[in-house]
Design a protein around this ligand. Structure first.
Ligand SMILES: [Zn+2]
Length: 163
């Protein structure tokens, strides 16, 4: 594939991606929004009861779950299905029913990694010292031989002497 064809493909891809980004209506990625919508639809079948201090008991079908919105942002379903909320950064249907019980601000409980990020020029500068490279460790075993060009020249010279 010639470089001009690759250049054209990259240009078309960049244009497609920029038009897709321009169509975003919310500050969350569309794929994540699709996952969130399915959880919101499931939350219609959850019934949340407040236990005080942002803890809830949620009844979903025949099961009951506990949800903690304030401190841990977790639902007791994580015991069975893994830490979905903590791993995915998206609240599960039980947590969504509690969030709607408390407020209508679902965006506050979605991980910030799903929102667009500004370029590196706009990042705030830190007052902390920059990271340092790790110290070099002397590994066990015999050190490697240097097989560069200098050694090759020396071996050729010895061959000439033997003739
Ligand atoms: Zn849950």
């Amino acid at each position: 594939m010639s470089p001009s064809i690759i250049k054209c493909k990259v240009m078309i891809r960049m244009h497609d991606m920029s038009t897709k980004v321009a169509m975003w209506q919310q500050g969350i990625c569309p794929n994540i929004l699709k996952k969130l919508k399915s959880q919101v639809n499931s939350s219609a079948y959850c019934h949340a009861i407040s236990c005080g201090r942002d803890t809830f008991e949620v009844q979903h079908n025949d099961h009951k779950w506990t949800v903690d919105l304030e401190i841990h942002l977790r639902c007791s379903t994580m015991i069975i299905s893994g830490h979905y909320w903590q791993l995915a950064g998206l609240p599960c249907c039980h947590a969504i029913s509690c969030i709607y019980y408390k407020t209508n601000k679902l965006d506050d409980y979605i991980a910030s990694c799903f929102t667009p990020v500004e370029g590196i020029q706009n990042w705030p500068t830190s007052q902390m010292a920059g990271p340092l490279p790790p110290k070099t460790l002397k590994m066990p075993g015999r050190p490697k031989k240097n097989r560069g060009e200098g050694n090759l020249m020396r071996s050729q010279r010895t061959r000439e002497c033997q003739r």
